[in-house]
Design a protein around this ligand. Structure first.
Ligand code: IFM
Length: 509
C-alpha cells in the first residue's frame, strides 16, 4: 500500500517529462511567413492607412509628469544608459546634448502640424493617430473647464486633419499625465489617488464636449502594461518606482482598467446623444516572446507566462470584467468593465527572448535580440525584427476575442541615411498584415510608428522612428525618407514583386 504514492508520483513525473517537449512557447527559425500566392498583395480601399504620434513626443512641453522628469534629469545631469536600448532608471539618454529649444518644442509640431499633416496626405494616408495631452487641456488641478487655448490647439489640429482628408484616431492617455496629479493626497500619488478617476472623468467630459462631434475612433489607453512595467517596476518612466514584485502594481493596473471603462461609457453616451457611431478601444504593446533555447523547458514555460502577463491579462480583464494577474494571487472584479472594447489595438515591435536559469527558476532575463546571432536583423535600439510575429499576434488576438483589430503602431528605429532597414521592415510587416487579412483575420487599419522622428522617452532624441526625418540642427526641417514614398506606393498599388525585390525579400515567398 505504501508504495502507491511513489507509483502515482512516478507516473506523474513520466507524464510530465513526456509532455514537456510540447509545452510552452517555441522559438521559430524563419522570420517571414510562406506566402500562399505571388504578389501583388493589395489592400481594400476602405482600409485605414496612416501613421501614429503621441502628444508629449512631438508637442511643446506641457506641465506634465514627463516634463517634470525631464527638468529633474537636466538639473541632476542624469543622461546615462545601461547600453543600447536599455534605459537607466531615473535617466534620459543624452538629454543634455540637445539644445533647450529642442527639449521644449520637441519637434516643433505646434508650429508645423499643418505641414506634417499635408505631407501625410501627399503620402496617400487616409488616417492619423495622435494623442490629446491631458495636461494641455487641464494644466491646473482646480480647473472645472478645459483650458480654451488647449481646446483651440486641438481644434486647429483636427481642422488640419480634415483639410488633409485624414480620419482622426485619438488616444487619451499616452504615458504623460498632469504634474498636479502627482501631488500626494492621502498618502497616494498619480493614478492611485482616490480622486484620480474624478479628475480623469473631468478630462473625458471635456474631450466629449469639445471634440465628440469630430472624432469617431478613440484609443483610451496606450500600452498600459508598458506604462506600469516602466513606471512602477523598472523605474525608467515617471513615477520612477521600483516596486519589488508584480502583485504590488495590481492597484495601478486595476485603476487603469477603471479609467478605460469610464472613458468607454462617457464617450459612448456622448456619441449616442449626438446620434454618432464611434469605436472605442485601447492598444497593447506586443512582442513575440520566444524561449532563448527551445530545448530548455523553463525558457519555454516562462516565455508563455510572460506573454500572458504582459499582453493578454489586461485584455482578458476587459473581455471578462475580472482582472487576474498571472504569477500572482491578484484577482478582482471591476464593475462596468466587461466587454468595453469595440476593437483591440495592437502595437507590434518584434521578438524578445526569454532566458532562465535552473538555479534561479523564478528569475529570468529578457533579451532584445540573440547575442549569439550577429546576422539577426535588429533596430538601432537592438530590438530583434520578426515580421511573422505580427501575423501570429493578430491571429492570437482574433482567436481569443473575435474583435476587429487595428495595428495602431509598428515601426523601427533606424537613423541610417539610406533608410534601407525601414523600407524592408515596412514591406515585410505589411506583407504579414495582408496575409492576416487573407486568412480571415479582421484587421481594419495600419498606423506606422511614426509619422515624424520624435522624443523616444527614456531613450531621448537619438532613436529615429519617423517616415519623415526631423532635422533638429536646421530649424526642425522635415525631410521625408524614402520609406515615406514606398509606403505611398504600397497604399496605392499594394506590394509588388519589384518592391519585394528592391528590399531583398523577393525570394522569401
Ligand atoms: O515611442 C513609443 C510609443 O510612445 C509607444 N509605443 C512604442 C514606441 C516606440 O518605442
Amino acid at each position: 500500500m505504501r508504495k502507491w504514492p511513489f507509483v502515482v508520483g512516478g507516473i506523474g513525473l513520466l507524464g510530465a517529462l513526456a509532455f514537456l517537449p510540447w509545452f510552452g512557447a517555441r522559438r521559430t527559425r524563419g522570420l517571414h511567413s510562406v506566402m500562399p500566392a505571388p504578389p501583388p498583395y493589395v489592400f481594400p480601399r476602405d482600409f485605414l492607412f496612416g501613421a501614429a504620434t503621441a502628444g508629449h513626443q512631438i508637442e511643446r512641453a506641457q506641465p506634465s509628469d514627463w516634463t517634470a522628469f525631464e527638468q529633474e534629469v537636466m538639473r541632476t545631469g542624469r543622461f546615462g544608459t545601461l547600453g543600447t536600448g536599455r534605459p537607466k532608471p531615473g535617466h534620459i539618454h543624452d538629454l543634455g546634448r540637445w539644445p533647450d529649444e529642442v527639449r521644449r518644442a520637441k519637434t516643433n509640431h505646434d508650429a508645423l502640424y499643418a505641414q506634417d499633416l499635408a505631407l501625410a496626405a501627399q503620402m496617400g494616408h487616409n488616417a492619423y493617430r495622435f494623442s490629446l495631452e491631458w495636461a494641455r487641456l487641464f494644466p491646473k488641478e482646480q480647473m472645472e473647464e478645459a483650458d480654451p487655448q488647449g481646446v483651440a490647439y486641438y481644434h486647429g489640429l483636427l481642422d488640419a486633419m480634415e483639410r488633409a482628408g485624414l480620419t482622426p484616431s485619438a488616444t487619451l492617455f499616452h504615458f504623460a499625465s498632469p504634474q498636479w496629479l502627482w501631488q500626494e493626497r492621502g498618502g497616494r500619488r498619480g493614478w492611485e489617488r482616490d480622486d484620480a478617476l474624478r479628475h480623469f472623468e473631468r478630462y473625458l467630459r471635456a474631450v466629449a464636449k469639445h471634440f465628440g462631434g469630430r472624432i469617431s475612433h478613440y484609443c483610451t489607453l496606450n500600452e498600459p502594461m508598458v506604462y506600469v512595467y516602466n513606471g512602477y517596476l523598472e523605474g525608467v518612466f515617471p513615477p520612477g518606482e521600483r516596486r519589488g514584485d508584480p502583485s504590488q502594481v495590481a492597484g495601478v493596473v486595476a485603476q487603469l482598467l477603471r479609467a478605460h471603462a469610464l472613458a468607454y461609457r462617457i464617450l459612448k453616451e456622448d456619441a449616442s446623444r449626438r446620434g454618432r457611431s464611434i469605436a472605442v478601444g485601447f492598444t497593447q504593446h506586443t512582442r513575440a516572446f520566444h524561449p532563448y533555447r527551445n530545448w530548455a523547458p523553463l525558457d519555454r514555460l516562462t516565455a508563455s507566462l510572460i506573454e500572458q502577463a504582459f499582453i493578454w491579462d489586461f485584455v482578458d480583464a476587459v473581455h471578462t470584467g475580472t482582472l487576474r494577474m498571472t504569477g500572482t494571487q491578484q484577482r478582482q472584479e471591476i464593475p462596468g468593465l466587461k466587454g468595453t472594447q469595440d476593437y483591440l489595438g495592437i502595437n507590434y515591435y518584434g521578438r524578445f527572448y526569454i532566458k532562465t536559469s535552473i538555479l534561479h527558476p523564478l528569475r529570468f532575463e529578457i533579451l532584445m535580440h540573440d547575442p549569439d546571432d550577429p546576422s539577426e536583423p535588429r533596430s538601432d535600439l537592438g530590438w530583434a525584427e520578426y515580421p511573422r510575429g505580427l501575423l501570429e499576434v493578430l491571429a492570437e488576438a482574433q482567436r481569443r476575442y473575435q474583435l476587429p483589430l487595428y495595428v495602431l503602431e509598428n515601426g523601427v528605429a533606424d537613423a541610417a541615411d539610406d533608410d534601407r532597414r525601414r523600407q524592408r521592415y515596412l514591406v515585410a510587416h505589411l506583407r504579414e498584415l495582408w496575409l492576416a487579412r487573407q486568412r480571415g483575420i479582421d484587421v481594419r487599419g495600419y498606423f506606422h510608428w511614426s509619422l515624424i522622428d520624435n522624443f523616444e522617452w527614456a531613450e531621448g532624441f537619438g532613436p529615429r522612428f519617423g517616415l519623415i526625418r526631423v532635422d533638429y540642427q536646421d530649424g526642425f526641417r522635415r525631410v521625408p525618407r524614402p520609406s515615406a514614398d514606398l509606403y505611398r506606393r504600397i497604399i496605392r498599388t499594394g506590394i509588388t514583386h519589384e518592391m519585394l525585390q528592391a528590399v531583398g525579400l523577393a525570394s522569401d515567398r
